[in-house]
Design a protein around this ligand. Structure first.
Ligand SMILES: *Cc1c(COP(=O)(O)O)cnc(C)c1O
Length: 481
């Protein structure tokens, strides 16, 4: 399996070569040269597999340069009921991503696929936990080490820390805005005592932390000497790990070959739903891929009108589904590449327009007409919609969902089709977003037992001014490089 860049860089790479990297040298994103295909017989044979072995079967089609036995050991170490133990009562923890039927609506089943039972209660654990094990494996094989530098306002940083804690050859330096995260999120990150995890609380806002990461990454000499890397959402291994749960969701929602299922995905950077697109390209019988956004509706606008219009920071709203507050969707380029028939020249021209003019417009073009052939439709929600949906699911089905998942349910209901199960991806548990749950329901969300009293655990972090030079000095001091 060889990988190509969406912008046409002529140097095919193997999975191991792109694993630790980010963008391709030409600024594009990596995709496999061809999507591996899955037959109906193969799918039926996978029904009886535990999640870890299903993950192995799918991943081996994408990373044939990792010996089969090693890959199988990695997926079995990653996808265990002990790691994904925070399932709701009544859900089957052994499924790793249990599927729950909420009820019959619009002549079909409305279902919830739980992706948030991992250590940080958000779907990012599904990919990040595998990434931690893959990184450790690849670094050991190459005799290298890696220092991950990132900025977080919540979900990504904690998922990365819980995936990398205690891993040999890896350190994590995670910047966050001092006193700006919720008490729960702060406690999740800062209570980690592992010596390879470094929490740096920056006196400033998230953008200040992000600017420091950019400044450090632009110092190429420092970056090379300190072996600095990232784990952002364009990482191919993260995308491919997410492909697995679309297969699992389909297998749990159907009982025979050829049946169609639709998926609705709360979206920000388009990483999650991009994995659904890839599953569909591999032959999984997906009817619709429903892209659900919040008030930051760059993607909804594109799928409705064909206009992709990147927002400025002043037009990017802080919403009650904060993990979807984005101004441009960093994985979107992967889908556009397929939409353009994998024409790298055309794609490079469009994304030059994104840099220079802030977007592009495909309305009235043959490409726009093809969007529906790829199964994509979309919708958006407002804060009031999410509150109403949280209340409705609580009273109708007796289940509390988080704000991101509420966005998914709201939009899914606009695209129900009789006889086609609609599977909404649950991207976080409500315990993470207690303020909005209190606003909607008037009481605290339930917390998985493991998280009782997490706020009173001892915390380990360093407060620093928003100054890249001091952060660099801190990193150098702790790596000894
Ligand atoms: C990251 C995140 C999203 C958005 O996922 P993308 O892959 O960026 O589209 C949605 N919900 C939650 C809870 C998240 O953490």
């Amino acid at each position: 399996m060889k990988y190509q860049s969406t912008r046409g860089h002529e140097m095919p790479q193997s999975f191991s070569e792109i694993l630790l990297g980010g963008l391709a040298p030409d600024g594009g994103l990596y995709l496999p040269a061809q999507y591996p295909q899955v037959t109906a017989d193969e799918l039926e044979a996978w029904r009886k597999l535990p999640y870890a072995d299903l993950a192995y079967e799918i991943l081996r089609k994408f990373c044939d340069d990792i010996p089969a036995e090693d890959l199988r050991a990695l997926t079995r170490k990653t996808y265990t009921p002990e790691v994904y133990c925070n399932a709701r009562e009544g859900d089957n923890t052994a499924d790793i991503t249990p599927l729950r039927t909420l009820g019959e609506e619009g002549g079909t089943k409305l279902q919830l696929l739980s992706l948030s039972n991992g250590p940080t209660l958000a779907f990012k654990d599904m990919a990040m936990q595998l990434l931690g094990n893959l990184f450790e494996y690849a670094l050991a094989r190459a005799g290298q080490e890696l220092n991950i530098l990132g900025a977080t306002s919540g979900d990504t940083g904690s998922a990365a820390e819980y995936a990398m804690r205690g891993k040999r050859g890896i350190r994590v330096f995670m910047l966050s805005p001092h006193r700006k995260m919720s008490a729960f999120q702060t406690a999740q990150m800062f209570s980690l005592q592992d010596p390879n995890i470094f929490n740096i609380a920056i006196d400033g806002v998230f953008d200040d932390a992000q600017d420091i990461v950019k400044a450090v990454s632009n110092d190429h000499a420092f970056k090379a000497r300190q072996k600095i890397g990232t784990v952002n959402s364009i990482n191919w291994a993260r995308v491919v790990a997410q492909v697995v749960y679309y297969f699992k969701g389909w297998l749990l929602a159907t009982d025979g070959p050829g049946q169609k299922v639709s998926f609705c995905v709360p979206s920000g950077n388009f990483g999650n739903v991009c994995a659904g697109h890839i599953a569909r390209m591999m032959g999984l019988p997906i009817d619709k891929l429903v892209v659900a956004t919040n008030e930051n509706d760059v993607l909804d606008e594109f799928f409705r009108t064909g206009a992709y219009r990147v927002r400025k920071s002043a037009e990017t709203y802080h919403t009650s589904s904060p993990s979807m507050d984005i101004s441009k969707a960093s994985n979107f380029e992967r889908f556009v590449f397929d939409l353009l028939g994998q024409d790298a020249g055309k794609l490079a021209a469009l994304f030059r327009d994104v840099e220079e003019k802030g977007g592009f417009d495909l309305s009235g073009t043959p490409e726009f007409d093809r969007i529906r052939q790829f199964g994509f439709v979309s919708g958006r929600s407002t804060h009031q919609d999410r509150l109403a949906t949280i209340r409705d699911l609580s009273s109708r089905y007796g289940i509390t969902i988080d704000t991101h998942t509420a966005d998914g349910i709201k939009v899914a209901r606009e695209h129900l089709r009789a006889g086609v199960p609609m599977v909404v991806l649950e991207t976080a548990l409500p315990a993470k977003f207690a303020d909005t749950i209190r606003e909607a329901l008037g009481h605290e969300p339930e917390r998985p037992a493991k998280f009782e009293g997490i706020e009173s655990l001892p915390q380990r972090f360093e407060v620093m001014p928003a100054d890249a030079a001091q952060v660099k000095a801190y990193i150098a001091r702790h790596t000894g490089l």
